[in-house]
Design a protein around this ligand. Structure first.
Ligand SMILES: Nc1ncnc2c1ncn2[C@@H]1O[C@H](COP(=O)(O)OP(=O)(O)OP(=O)(O)O)[C@@H](O)[C@H]1O
Ligand SMILES: [Mg+2]
Length: 229
């Protein structure tokens, strides 16, 4: 199992302000599996992703990623565990505002020890249709362009495990289709595992498995029919 999470809870705030966001989630994901995470707004999808990716510490339960328990790891240890292996495309793209598109994409490649991070970053950006925006800063890019930079940044290191939170949410249909092809092409090439949050049922149907969340719990967990999909 690439991900083995048991009885995961996440509660934030205290007293009156306490919110129980995840209320005991069990999920195990096999290597190479492509999992879509569906569910209504506020059901806990992004929160679950944050906990599985080690961006947020669970309040309770156990999260094991690639054989390593995330319990008690410092932020530095978590970042080290992710480096070059795990990429995350967040719902808000979290590009570094003082860096150009090219620099944003080059950073994780540089950290992963790539021989020529800027050339590789330029080619990743060209693949998402942004070869003409290499030297633009995030504020000079449209929402969909920023989203594509975030995707190029995530795919660059060819991670073994990719988390993506509504990666096509800001894209028009044609651009979204191109990005989805790029994403699934990259997965086919590397055999990477995908956890994909989406509201798009057609996109979810391309995955191997669909998990639906409701009120901080998993409501259903089913394999997709490869013939129907
Ligand atoms: N820092 C926080 N403090 C308190 N509550 C929070 C915090 N972050 C998220 N929540 C609450 O947790 C619940 C789950 O949020 P989450 O972002 O995981 O939902 P989601 O399923 O990703 O929704 P969406 O489809 O709208 O992105 C929401 O009710 C949200 O208001
Ligand atoms: Mg969300």
């Amino acid at each position: 199992m690439v991900i083995d999470a048991r009885n995961v809870t996440l509660s934030l705030g205290s007293g009156e302000a306490r919110v129980d966001i995840l209320r005991g989630v069990d999920v195990a994901v096999r290597k190479g599996e492509r999992v879509a995470l569906l569910g209504p707004s506020g059901s806990g999808k992004s929160s679950l992703m944050a906990v599985l990716a080690g961006l947020e510490s669970a309040s309770g339960g156990e999260v094991v990623v690639a054989g390593q328990s995330l319990r008690g790891l410092s932020e530095d240890a978590l970042a080290e565990a992710r480096r070059g292996r795990i990429s995350v495309v967040l719902q808000a793209f979290h590009l570094i505002p003082t860096m150009t598109a090219l620099e944003n994409v080059a950073v994780p490649l540089e950290l992963a020890g790539h021989a020529d991070p800027f050339a590789a970053a330029a080619s990743e950006l060209t693949a998402v249709g942004l070869g003409h925006r290499l030297h633009h800063y995030p504020t000079q890019l449209s929402g969909g362009e920023q989203q594509r930079v975030a995707i190029a940044r995530a795919l660059g290191p060819r991670p073994a495990l990719l988390f993506a939170d509504e990666p096509t949410g800001n894209l028009d249909a044609a651009t979204g289709d191109t990005i989805v092809e790029l994403l699934f092409g990259c997965l086919a090439e590397t055999g990477a595992t995908l956890i994909l949050i989406t509201h798009d049922r057609d996109l979810a149907a391309r995955c191997d498995r669909i998990i639906t969340m409701r009120d901080g719990l998993i409501a259903s967990d089913t394999l997709t029919d490869p013939v129907a999909a």
